[in-house]
Design a protein around this ligand. Structure first.
Ligand code: SAM
Length: 253
């Protein structure tokens, strides 16, 4: 049954939405402008499968779920689990609600800041994951969120994040932005949109100049996760600025 969990206690901090205010426009072109979108989601689902092989009835939290695409892809392969989807945008949650009809789905309308500020929850989730959302927090915000995630993960749990990361140098950024543009144009070519080739060449520079995007270096984020106590910390895949990284929480004895 669908439920909606509202924040208890303090009034919810107003989340003004991201640059993707036009939700439909983001969703319709995401497959073309977000590098390796399908591959990264597939890999996240694969890693979930490797880690939790044979297990069911797990609790999963999708942080910044958007229209629920990632949870939907997990559910297509691993349906017998409990899905919790958190986002600060009601419009996105509405899309997610339409996409993930059925049992075992709970929607949480909450900003990351509000989620972080809530008193430390119990260890309640087996798998916590996020795609293209946490880079909206600065490094301090990310650090608080990663700590909260660690606290709410059950022993033996897994955290994975698909997100853009900050290239380590200007030279590296130039290459990675070029990889990004090439990827967009190759994808347009493969999908048969040849007349659109070049149309999205400004996406990387717009992403960089948009102050809502606060990517942090992959190295620093891996270090943070290790300091917090995550194990098996690694970057499991990287294409240009897009990385999949995370870690596990140790099994209790
Ligand atoms: C680019 S979308 C990605 C959505 C989805 N994970 C996907 O891969 O398609 C980023 C999502 O994060 C949410 N978001 C960004 N900053 C947020 C914040 N501070 N609190 C809550 N949600 C936030 C946005 O509302 C949006 O739905």
């Amino acid at each position: 049954m669908h439920q909606e969990e509202k924040c208890k206690g303090k009034p919810m901090k107003k989340y003004k939405g991201s640059s993707w205010r036009n939700v439909d426009s983001y969703l319709s072109i995401a497959e073309v402008i977000v590098p390796e979108r399908n591959r990264t989601i597939k890999l996240l689902v694969d890693i979930f499968g490797y880690h939790f092989e044979g297990k069911e009835c797990l609790s999963l939290l999708d942080i910044g779920c958007g229209d629920g695409i990632v949870s939907d892809r997990i559910r297509m392969r691993y349906a017998k689990n409990n899905f919790f989807l958190l986002d600060g945008s009601l419009e996105m949650l509405e899309k997610a609600r339409k996409r993930l009809k059925g049992e075992n789905v709970t929607f949480i309308h909450q900003s990351f800041e509000e989620y972080i500020a809530l008193t430390a929850g119990k260890e309640k989730y087996d798998f916590m994951y996020s795609a293209h959302a946490i880079h909206h927090l600065d490094l301090v915000g990310k650090s608080k969120l990663y700590r909260k995630i660690f606290n709410e993960l059950k022993p033996g749990g897994l955290f994975l994040n698909i997100d853009p990361v900050l290239p380590p140098s200007e030279k590296s950024e130039t290459w990675q932005f070029k990889m990004w543009r090439d990827w967009i144009n190759e994808t347009l070519h493969e999908k048969g949109f040849k007349s659109d080739i070049g149309k999205y060449d400004n996406v990387p520079s717009h992403y960089k100049s948009n102050e809502e995007n606060k990517p942090s270096s992959l190295h620093k984020q891996l270090q943070l996760l290790q300091e917090i106590g995550f194990q098996d910390v690694d970057c499991f895949y990287k294409f240009g600025v897009i990385a999949i990284f995370g870690g596990t929480k140790q099994e209790s004895c």
